[in-house]
Write a protein that binds this ligand. Structure first.
Ligand code: ZN
Length: 118
């Protein structure tokens, strides 16, 4: 999309309507921000810094997702908790019916951890 199209269709103005003064200002600010960031990234030291930040955030995200427990009813220490009260540790499993992911008209049994008290 060309920048003139962005300027015309900014904000809430429909394609056929004339853009309001607010829309024009918003479009001008967006164009200015875009060109500013292009100039900023064109400088090699800035691009290198951005790359470093991106790699660091990817690494942080990878560590964060590795810490998330795989099971839905597991806490961060890997212990099963009750699927109903979500407080007490699980001592048994109960079966419940849920609608099938494949066929919505059918039900399937699922096993859920249960504390036995709630
Ligand atoms: Zn419970």
């Amino acid at each position: 999309m060309a920048s003139s199209e962005v300027a015309r269709n900014a904000g809430k103005a429909k394609p056929g309507e004339m853009p309001s003064r607010e829309d024009e200002l918003l479009a001008a600010r967006r164009i200015y921000n875009r060109t500013y960031m292009r100039r900023w990234r064109a400088k090699p030291s800035h691009a290198a810094r951005e790359q470093l930040n991106r790699r660091r955030s990817y690494h942080d995200r990878k560590l964060r997702t590795a810490r998330i427990p795989r099971d839905r009813y597991q806490n961060c220490h890997g212990e099963l908790f009750c699927a109903f009260c979500r407080r007490r540790p699980s001592v048994m499993q109960v079966t419940r019916l849920t609608s099938s992911a494949v066929d919505a008209s059918r039900y399937v049994e699922i096993r859920m951890p249960y504390c036995g008290e709630c």
